[in-house]
Ligand binder design. Structure first.
Ligand code: ATP
Length: 235
């Protein structure tokens, strides 16, 4: 279906050494959902998201975004905004100047209204005019999110955006995702914390050792998940 933001079918990733990080993974995400990809370290979340961003190729299976198959360099990748930790910003420039440089480098038209909305959603306030070197890690992370949101992509993909943040910063990050979702766009976000997924997401896919072990609405999972929770926390 062309309008479905994400359909993953029979996805598998085997790394060079023979290690299978993702196996037989299938799920779909409908418009406006905030999907949490939940699982402990090593579950295969990052591998899955990197395939979704077109950074690595699946060994088998496929990923379709708005009906288009993801391959490296596929045009549909421009409809995905992706946040990966550790975006390099120029520390002596303001947050806003960094974003303007980035946006100019993408060669896309200056959709100024979108630009302003993305900054508002990221909630940096007047700090966008300050040099990035004065930013806390939480602010840097939200600047990276703002960068991913410029152009207001229809699908946002975030790999552990709360990693390394303290509780107030985590709270702010959650508000950013909720504001983005409130625009009706679709979000896929990974986490290893069930509580975080419960508070931020509408739907969840639980992964463990490369496979899907549970999926559904967040409310359903919380009700039925004694077992899944146990498996998630199991090292
Ligand atoms: P984390 O939260 O630690 O990122 P994750 O759920 O995102 O965990 P992945 O990063 O996808 O998990 O890793 C899944 C497994 O694949 C891990 O055991 C990891 O060691 C392995 N792996 C990841 N990248 C490679 C690679 N390039 N070559 C070989 N194995 C890899």
């Amino acid at each position: 279906l062309a309008s479905t933001p994400l359909v993953i079918s029979g996805l598998r990733k085997q790394y060079g050494g023979g290690f299978v990080a993702v196996r037989d993974l299938s799920f779909r995400v409908e418009p406006g959902q905030v999907l949490g990809l939940l699982g402990p370290n090593g579950a295969g979340k990052t591998t899955t998201l990197r395939m979704l961003m077109g950074l690595i190729t699946p060994t088998a299976g496929e990923i379709r975004v708005f009906g288009h198959r993801i391959t490296p360099g596929a045009p549909v990748l421009s409809r995905i905004g992706s946040f990966v930790e550790g975006s390099g910003f120029l520390p002596h420039l303001s947050g806003q100047a960094n974003l303007e440089l980035y946006w100019a480098a993408t060669g896309r038209p200056a959709e100024k209204a979108h630009f302003t909305e993305a900054l508002e959603i990221a909630g940096l306030g007047d700090a966008v005019h300050r040099r990035v070197k004065t930013y806390s890690q939480g602010m840097r992370q939200r600047l990276a999110i703002a960068q991913a949101m410029l152009g207001l992509p229809e699908l946002m993909v975030l790999d552990e955006p709360t990693n390394g943040l303290d509780p107030p910063q985590i709270h702010q990050m959650r508000e950013v995702l909720q504001r983005y979702a409130a625009t009706g766009r679709t979000v896929v976000v990974s986490s290893h914390l069930l509580a975080e997924v419960e508070q931020t997401c509408t739907h969840v896919v639980v992964m463990h050792r490369g496979t899907l072990v549970a999926a559904g609405e967040v409310g359903e999972l919380a009700a039925a998940s004694g077992e899944a929770t146990f498996r998630v926390d199991d090292p």
